[in-house]
Design a protein around this ligand. Sequence first.
Ligand code: F0G
Length: 351
Amino acid sequence: TRQWRGVIEEYRERLSLRPGTTPVSLREGGTPLVPAQLLSELTGCDVHLKVEGANPTGSFKDRGMTMAITQAKEEGAQAVICASTGNTSASAAAYAVRAGMVCAVLVPQGKIALGKMGQALVHGAKILQVEGNFDDCLTLARGLSDKYPVALVNSVNPHRIEGQKTASFEVVDMLGDAPDVHVLPVGNAGNITAYWRGYREYAADGPATRTPRMWGFQASGAAPIVRGEAVKDPSTIATAIRIGNPASWEFAERARDESGGLIDAVTDRQILRAYKLLAQREGVFVEPASAASVAGLLQAAEQGQLEPGQRVVCTVTGNGLKDPDWAVAGAPQPVIVPIDADAAAERLGLA
Ligand code: F0G
């Protein structure tokens, strides 16, 4: 047996890195592909969850960040910057520590989950809360990296997309071929772009015989691709995907069109229902944005867009611990008991 070595070492020959480059890695990737029992029952399909919350910083961003930081270090950068709804900043902060770099992050004020802010803080990032949304933060970050000696590590950095495509490789390596459908939440649209690239490369080079249809889901209050125009004031409880003008918009449309897929919207209510279903019926705790993929799958099934018997993979992008407010909200307060077995048994309904 050997330990998983991280996405660069595992897939080096398929990544755009100079030979001999030393990876900056936390051994990201190699995440579980979990059969989803209830979702399979509900849809009549063979549904699997790609659990990206199992990455070192708790989200899929680590796959791209190992590449972006490795490349930045190779080029001699001493500082990196990103705009983020939270997960990119948490990942950048951790990998910058490994690389001995300064990390600056720009986040929308008051709109990032506490767990993600805690990560950026504990890893020692320089954090600015911007009086604007994610799109404003990205504009600022791009401007700063143009003018000052600081490398931009958002997914507009091509190395991020390169790293993130490894998730498709893992799915094919585990299932033996590409699924019929791959479902993802869509925010800045980098991940759907990356998965589509990974699937195409594997189909072109042999490990897969085909590519899946790509299904992307945005939150209905932040659904610019579905509406066909930028959203000025995006709003959703899924703060990770509260984005009104995605950087990889055109690539996402290309993934949709070339794969015969779709990009649609789900409401916050649907997202929360899927969030609870994943936790209560599949045992998988994700953050709200991640549940958008499963909410979308259920919506598509109800609309008759799924053929029974198909193999489906849903990526759940981030760990539920990032944003525990939604787990606690509305749940009953656990009862208080004395140190007494009879009292405990009674309250548990055992007596
Ligand atoms: N799910 C989670 C948990 C995310 O953090 C993000 C994006 C997405 C889905 C959407 O992925 O942007 O590639 O379409 N989070 C970014 C961030 C924007 O700053 O952490 P995408």
